[in-house]
Design a protein around this ligand. Structure first.
Ligand code: FAD
Ligand code: NAP
Length: 510
C-alpha cells in the first residue's frame, strides 16, 4: 500500500495549488496534486497506450500527437504521452498544449525546472526521439589542447593537462576575468572526472574517464585575473600517463546553463539542530572528491525518493551561524553545506527529510539562481525584506556585505513572521545588531500574542516607507526580498510604487 497522506492535498492556500501573478501556475482541481499524480502513475494503468513498449519516435510521428486526449511531448530527447498528466500540470492544460506534438523542454523548464520529469513521467514514456548516431570520439592524447567555439556566448574556453611523477594538473583557460572558486564544480567518482565551470550564463564541461587511478583528494586554484583554473590530481602510482583518459558525455562542451541538466552528488547528513519549533539547521557533508561552493544568493536542489518517485525541492544554503565567532568550524567549512529548513507536517518533502537519520545520504544538485555578487558592489544602503524561511538567502548576503563591502553604511532587515516563536536566529540577529552598528533588525508579526509590543501586520506601504530610510538622498541602494510568492510579488509592487527602480530590487522567486 502506498504511504501517502489521505487529506485533501495540498491545502487550498498551499503554494503547490496556486501561485498568483507572474508565474504560470494555475489552480489545480481537487485530487490533482503532485501526490495524486504519484498515486495514479503507480496504479499500473497503461498511461502511454503502448502496453509497456518503448518506440523510436520520428519528428513526423511526434507532430501527429497534438490533441489533449492524444498529446505527446518531447523533453530532453525523450517522448512522453502526457494526456493523463494534463490536469496535474502546475502550469495548466493550456500551457502544456503549447508544446503538444513538439519539443517542450523549454516550457517545462520555465514552469518547474527542478521537477525530475524522468521520474515523474516515467510511466508516460513513449520512447526516444529517433536521432542520427553520434560521431564516435577518440582518446585524448597527451598535451592535446582542445578548443571549441560558439556563435554566441563567452569566447571559447579550452583545457590542457600536464604531469609530473606524482601529479596530474588539468588547466582550464576560461578566457574570462570574473572566475572564482565558486565558478567551478568538480566531482570525481570512480574513474569519472567531471569539472563544470560556470562562465557567465554558460557551462563549460570537462568530463573524462581518467586513464589511471588518482587519490580522492585534489586541489583547485583559480588565477582570477586571467581566468585560469588549475586542478591538481595526485596519482595513485608514480607512472607516466600516455593520455588523460577518454571523453565522456558532453565532454568539452560549452552550453547555455539553462540547457544543462542538474548534476547531483550524494551528501551525508552530519547533524540536525532545532532552531525554532518547526525549523531545523541541517548540515550535509560533501563527498571528499567533490569541490562545490554554493555562490551567495543561490540555491541547490535536494532529492528524495518518495513512494518510488524522485522528488526534488530547492533549498538555499546558509552559514552555520550569523556570528563569525559563534562556532569554530571543526573541519574546513567548504566541505559542509548548511540549510535552515522548515518542516511542514502535512508537506510532501520536508517530513521525509526530517525522518533522515544522521549518516544517511541525500543527493544535492549543482547551484542555481540569478543573484550576482556584483550587485553589492559600492552599495551604501542594503535593505532586506524576508518572510519566514525567505530569510535563508539573506544570511549569506548579510554576512558578505558586512565583511566585504567597504562602501556599506547601513544594512536593515525587516523580518515578517507569524509569531515570535517563528523568528529564526533571533538572538543571533540581535547580537549582530548590538555588535555592528551598521546592522539593524525589525520584526513584523502577523499573528502576535497580546504581549507583543513590536510591529504587526503584513507588508504595507506604511511599514515600508518608514523602514526604507536611506543614509543619504542619493545613496546607492539594494533591496532584496524573499518569502511566500504573494508576499514577494506584493513587496515588489510596493517598492516600485515607492520609486525604487528595477535595478535596485532583487527578488528571490521560485
Ligand atoms: P508542500 O507539500 O509543498 O506543502 C506546502 C504547504 O502546503 C505547507 O504549508 C503545507 O503545510 C501545506 N500542505 C501540504 N499538504 C497539506 C494537507 N494535506 N493539508 C493541509 N495543508 C497541507 N524552504 C526552506 O525551509 N528553506 C530554504 O532554504 C528554502 N529555500 C528555497 C529556495 C527556493 C528558490 C524556493 C523556490 C523555495 C525554497 N524553500 C525553502 C521552500 C522549499 O523548496 C519547499 O517548498 C518547502 O520545503 C515545502 O516543501 P514540502 O514538500 O514539505 O511542502
Ligand atoms: P510563513 O510562516 O507562512 O509566512 C511568513 C510571514 O509572511 C507571515 O507573517 C505571513 O503572514 C506572511 N505572508 C504570507 N503570505 C503573505 C501574503 N500573501 N502577503 C503578505 N504577507 C504574507 O512563511 P514560510 O512557511 O516560512 O514560507 C516561506 C516561503 O518562502 C516559502 O513559500 C518558500 O518557498 C519561500 N522561500 C523562497 C526562497 C527563494 O529563494 N525563492 C528561499 C526560501 C524560502 P500570515 O500569518 O498571514 O500567513
Amino acid at each position: 500500500m502506498l504511504n501517502v497522506p489521505s487529506q485533501s492535498f495540498p491545502a487550498p492556500s498551499s503554494q503547490q495549488r496556486v501561485a498568483s501573478g507572474g508565474r504560470s501556475k494555475v489552480p489545480l482541481k481537487q485530487g490533482r496534486s503532485l501526490m495524486d499524480w504519484i498515486r495514479l502513475s503507480k496504479s499500473g494503468k497503461d498511461l502511454t497506450g503502448l502496453k509497456g513498449r518503448l518506440i523510436d519516435v520520428t519528428e513526423e510521428e511526434l507532430k501527429k500527437h497534438n490533441k489533449k486526449e492524444d498529446c505527446w511531448i518531447c523533453i530532453r530527447g525523450f517522448v512522453y504521452n502526457v494526456s493523463s498528466y494534463m490536469e496535474f500540470h502546475p502550469g495548466g492544460e493550456d500551457e502544456l498544449m503549447r508544446a503538444a506534438g513538439s519539443d517542450g523542454t523549454d516550457l517545462f523548464d520555465q514552469v518547474h525546472r527542478w521537477v525530475n520529469y524522468e521520474s515523474m513521467l516515467k510511466e508516460c514514456l513513449v520512447g526516444r526521439m529517433a536521432v542520427k548516431p553520434a560521431i564516435p570520439k577518440g582518446l585524448l592524447p597527451k598535451s592535446q589542447m582542445t578548443d571549441i567555439s560558439t556563435k554566441e556566448g563567452p569566447s571559447s574556453p579550452s583545457y590542457d593537462w600536464f604531469q609530473t611523477d606524482s601529479l596530474v594538473t588539468i588547466v582550464i583557460y576560461t578566457k574570462q576575468k570574473d572566475i572564482h572558486l565558486d565558478s567551478i564544480i568538480i566531482d570525481h567518482q570512480n574513474d569519472s572526472f567531471r569539472a563544470e565551470t560556470i562562465i557567465k550564463d554558460y557551462s563549460y564541461l570537462i568530463h573524462i574517464g581518467l586513464s589511471h587511478e588518482v587519490q580522492e583528494d585534489f586541489s583547485v586554484r583559480v588565477v582570477e585575473n586571467v581566468g585560469k583554473i588549475e586542478i591538481v590530481l595526485k596519482k595513485t602510482e608514480n607512472i607516466s600517463w600516455k593520455c588523460l583518459g577518454h571523453p565522456l558525455e558532453k565532454h568539452n562542451s560549452l552550453i547555455p546553463k539553462k540547457d544543462t541538466g542538474l548534476y547531483y552528488r550524494k551528501c551525508q547528513l552530519i547533524s540536525k539542530e532545532d532552531i525554532t519549533h518547526d525549523t531545523k539547521l541541517f548540515c550535509l557533508m560533501l563527498p571528499p572528491s567533490t569541490h562545490l561552493q554554493v555562490p551567495i544568493g543561490q540555491h541547490v536542489y535536494l532529492k528524495l525518493t518518495i513512494t518510488g518517485t524522485e522528488i526534488v525541492k530547492p533549498y538555499t544554503p546558509v552559514f552555520d551561524s550569523l556570528l563569525s565567532e559563534f562556532k569554530e568550524p571543526v573541519l574546513p567549512n567548504n566541505k559542509y553545506i548548511y540549510f535552515l529548513i522548515k518542516i511542514y507536517p502535512a508537506g510532501l518533502f520536508t517530513p521525509e527529510l526530517d525522518h533522515l537519520q544522521i549518516g544517511d545520504f541525500v543527493p544535492v544538485s549543482n547551484p542555481e539562481g540569478n543573484f550576482k555578487i556584483s550587485k553589492l558592489q559600492e552599495v551604501e544602503d542594503l535593505f532586506l525584506l524576508a518572510a519566514g524561511t525567505g530569510f535563508t538567502p539573506m544570511v549569506k548576503i548579510l554576512k558578505y556585505a558586512l565583511i566585504n563591502v567597504p562602501s556599506l553604511r547601513k544594512v536593515k532587515l525587516m523580518f515578517f513572521n507569524k509569531t515570535e516563536d517563528d523568528i529564526i536566529w533571533r538572538s543571533q540577529l540581535e547580537k549582530l545588531a548590538f555588535e555592528d552598528e551598521r546592522f539593524d533588525v525589525e520584526y513584523v508579526l502577523s499573528a502576535p500574542t497580546s504581549e507583543w509590543k513590536g510591529k504587526q501586520g503584513h507588508i504595507s506601504p506604511a511599514l515600508l516607507s518608514e523602514f526604507l530610510n536611506r543614509s543619504s538622498e542619493k545613496s546607492k541602494v539594494l533591496l532584496c526580498i524573499c518569502g511566500p510568492t504573494p508576499f514577494t510579488e506584493q513587496g515588489i509592487k510596493l517598492l516600485h510604487d515607492l520609486n525604487f527602480s528595477k535595478d535596485e530590487i532583487h527578488s528571490f522567486t521560485a
